[in-house]
Design a protein around this ligand. Structure first.
Ligand code: SF4
Ligand code: MG
Length: 320
């Protein structure tokens, strides 16, 4: 199948400014050479600690922020070649869902209107048609027409995320970029929302870029997984391969913290030393070496190449 989304060598550098003249004295390399492919109906899980650049990847893809370098192709179209009007037309097809949909819902706007207004904005329905569309999408998100005239504060966290999903879904997108969509929810509610994502994928053929700091969240949803650390991809592979045969020490550490029993895999708990370093001043060599339990001398000086370890399994580590 053809790629729906193709991200090639994406970079996003934020200038660090200082002094009286506000001169640029350096760059935070928030996203430093990230490549991702997602096919129609598939899910790519993007995983890493907070501050690893995952959200910046998501936002650069839809041009909520502008990339520094690299290429983003959606359905073969170079997203960064589009003018404002063409971009506006493309937007419904690539929707972003956030961790806290409440913050993007106006407390004084009824939920039905909040969901329906996007249709009007994009000229995808007339006022008369909106109610039917909103009802349909609410139902497919596990809510009902009863909720149309309610206000955001009347909903629980899980229901609010259903509203967030409904608002994205009503534009009939092909790709949803979900940025930590369940991180603010209780574990039992998380499972319900993940199931909703999965059902919607099956019924609508949606593709997801699913961003999470938690591997156990992406496990049941993703075909492929990419692990980011300080702006760089350290490992990508199929979901099964990643869980059964992780190659990068950082992935191993993340996995060892996941309380999922995988019989074939004996995993010793790998506890990382220290915190994630500042992205403004990342370690030289392998950016992970300050926390890696397996680091050797070479790791401090030489940046490990991101290379194919076989079977479409990529890893950046001198020892892998
Ligand atoms: Fe650890 Fe070295 Fe591999 Fe980096 S290159 S992950 S420091 S062993
Ligand atoms: Mg984030």
């Amino acid at each position: 199948a053809e790629d729906l989304l193709e991200v090639n060598h994406l970079k996003k550098y934020f200038p660090i400014k200082s002094g009286l003249l506000n001169r640029t004295t350096g760059y935070v390399k928030a996203v430093d050479d990230i490549s991702i492919q997602i096919r129609v109906g598939e899910t790519f899980g993007l995983v890493g600690e907070s501050g690893s650049g995952k959200s910046t990847v998501g936002r650069s893809i839809v041009r909520l922020i502008e990339k520094t370098e690299g290429e983003v192709k959606f359905k073969g179209i170079n997203v960064y070649d589009l003018g404002p009007e063409e971009l506006r037309k493309l937007r419904p097809q690539m929707q972003l869902i956030f961790q806290d949909p409440y913050s993007s819902l106006n407390p004084r706007v009824r939920v039905g209107d909040a969901i329906g207004e996007a249709l009007l904005d994009h000229g995808l329905a007339t006022r008369g048609e909106i109610r039917d569309h909103v009802e349909e999408v609410l139902r497919s998100c596990g809510l009902s027409s009863y909720h149309i005239d309610r206000f955001p504060h009347e909903f629980s966290g899980g229901q609010r995320q259903r509203i967030g999903i409904a608002r994205a879904l009503i534009l009939n997108p092909d790709l949803i970029i979900a940025d930590e969509p369940v991180s603010a929810l209780d574990v039992s509610i998380q499972a319900q929302i993940i199931n909703l994502f999965r059902n919607l994928q099956e019924t609508r053929g949606l593709a997801y870029l699913f961003i999470s700091h938690d591997l156990s969240v992406v496990e049941h949803l993703c075909n492929r997984i990419g692990v980011m650390y300080l702006g760089s991809m350290v490992e990508t592979s199929s979901r099964d391969e990643l869980f059964q045969n992780p190659l990068h020490p950082y992935t191993k550490a993340l996995l060892s913290a996941v309380p999922i029993p995988i019989p074939k895999l004996k995993r010793e708990r790998i506890v990382l030393k220290g915190d994630i370093p500042s992205p403004a001043n990342p370690p030289l060599g392998c950016k992970f070496h300050t926390r890696c339990p397996f680091a050797i001398g070479r790791c401090k000086e030489e940046v490990p190449e991101f290379r194919d370890a076989g079977g479409n399994h990529f890893v950046a580590c001198h020892l892998a």
